[in-house]
Design a protein around this ligand. Structure first.
Ligand code: XIL
Length: 451
């Protein structure tokens, strides 16, 4: 083989020998890089939380392992909703909510309480009853006080009010706004603060991620609550997004809430796609996830991101949006998807090399020298935008010159990174680089590491 000799960083030993004598082909396969740290550790380095909605009775086995190790915040997906905790008036069932809070404490995780005042998932006795405004006020105050007091000191935040607005920024017509007027929001916040003065009190809504009529209505509400001295600590942007429809004003919107003096959390992130999922869609989804994460990382008062279910097997999307799914960072079988690695990267993790391998071969060898070659190959659906390959020689070999990569050797340790022009390893494709080296005695193939 006749490699093209491009400039290199190694001090070249003049290679007198030409690669003619013996031609050997020795190969060894490198393994993918060691896994990145868990998402929660990466998030911590950025001062953020990474959370997931969970279902209490699933918190065992692989689901429990991943929920406990990858995330540092949990939100009960349904367990703290009114219909769950008080299905019959005066009869409380805290089983699942307690289970989640206990799991979180055992795993050193925060909990976001979700949710106290909503138009949906209320018990029948409440929605079917006939109440005077005074009675309804009493019922709501009692509900908030009971539930917030039960978890007093244990929750980082409460979604006190959920989804109060219509798309055009008017108040949604609900049992609360219709009977109590829109100041039920201020009252709910005030009662929640009285029951637990330390937990952060949020208003949470969907389609308020970008700057639009609905998010502006929320902005104006928060501004007026602040001016009135009503306790409001944060705004939750649910972020139930559609593939390829990342709201480009997300960061600007987060920033304007932060500038009002409240925290912002992305509370229910998922990015749904029309099924079936394809490699192209999963790649787009990863880009969308990364953009959302990046917007939060960029704003100090964005406290973090919670995904609404971390596995496609625990996502509400297929049940509610016909033909859509694959919205979370893990497959139904708990394999991390490109979106998982995108989240890791947004928190400063190194790009994943999963699905890509490096192999080392010696196409030619002669009395004191040899030519080596490393090929990096990615399977379909995987790609790299940059690469690094390293190995340690076991028999005193010394790289003298490399092409199509920048290589350095320190002692026995060799590290090669891509040249400016060949960082991309395409899906289902490969990139090779070559080098010359010296050997004596033996020239065993080293184990190479990609990443
Ligand atoms: C969803 C749950 O994930 C489903 O299991 C349930 O059937 C319906 O509610 N906005 C919210 C969440 O604030 O509480 C909703 O959760 C999803 C939309």
């Amino acid at each position: 083989m006749t490699p093209s000799r491009t400039p290199h960083r190694l001090l070249p030993l003049l290679l007198a020998a030409t690669a003619t004598a013996t031609t050997l082909l020795l190969t060894g396969t490198g393994t993918a890089t060691a896994a990145d740290p868990p998402l929660r550790d990466l998030a911590t380095t950025k001062g953020k939380v990474i959370g997931t909605a969970v279902t209490g009775n699933k918190l065992t086995g692989t689901y429990g392992d991943l929920a406990g190790t990858q995330f540092n915040s949990l939100t009960p997906g349904n367990a703290m909703k009114w219909e769950s905790v008080e299905p019959t008036r005066g009869t409380y069932n805290w089983t699942e909510a307690d289970q989640i809070v206990n799991f979180a404490q055992a795993h050193n995780q925060q909990v976001r309480g979700h949710t106290l005042v909503w138009h949906s998932q209320n018990p029948g006795w409440l929605t079917n009853g006939t109440w005077t405004p005074t009675q309804l006020t009493g019922i709501l105050q009692d509900h908030i006080t009971t539930e917030v007091t039960r978890y007093k000191g244990k929750l980082a935040a409460w979604d006190v009010v959920n989804e109060p607005f219509n798309e055009d920024g008017t108040y949604r017509s609900t049992i609360w706004s219709n009977n109590l007027g829109t100041d039920y929001i201020a009252q709910a916040l005030t009662w929640a603060r009285a029951a637990d003065p330390t937990t952060k009190l949020y208003i949470n809504d969907y389609n308020v991620e970008g700057v639009n009529a609905k998010s502006t209505a929320l902005y104006n509400l928060v501004k007026s609550l602040k001016e009135r001295g009503i306790p409001i600590d944060g705004v939750g942007l649910q972020a139930h997004l559609i593939l390829g429809q990342y709201p480009s004003s997300l960061q600007q919107n987060i920033q304007r809430f932060a500038d009002l003096g409240v925290d912002v959390a992305i509370t229910e992130l998922d990015i749904r796609m029309q099924l079936p999922a394809t490699d192209a869609k999963l790649t787009q989804q990863a880009a969308d996830y990364k953009a959302v994460m990046g917007a939060c990382v960029a704003v100090t008062r964005c406290v973090g991101v919670t995904v609404w279910g971390f596995t496609d097997s625990d996502s509400w999307i297929p049940d509610v949006f016909d033909g859509y799914g694959a919205a979370t960072p893990y497959t139904e079988n708990f394999s991390p998807k490109p979106a998982y690695y995108a989240i890791a990267q947004a928190f400063g993790g190194t790009p994943s090399t999963e699905g890509c391998t490096a192999s080392y071969s010696v196409p030619s060898q002669w009395n004191t020298g040899f030519t080596g070659q490393v090929t990096i190959t990615c399977s379909a659906g995987r790609s790299l935008s940059s690469w690094k390959v390293s190995w340690t020689y076991g028999a005193g070999q010394q790289v003298t010159q490399a092409w199509n990569a920048n290589c350095t050797q320190a002692g026995a340790a060799v590290t090669c990174v891509n040249a400016s022009y060949n960082g991309t390893v395409p899906s289902g494709g490969s990139v090779s680089f070559g080098f010359n080296g010296t050997w004596s005695g033996s020239n065993p193939v080293p184990t190479v590491t990609l990443g």
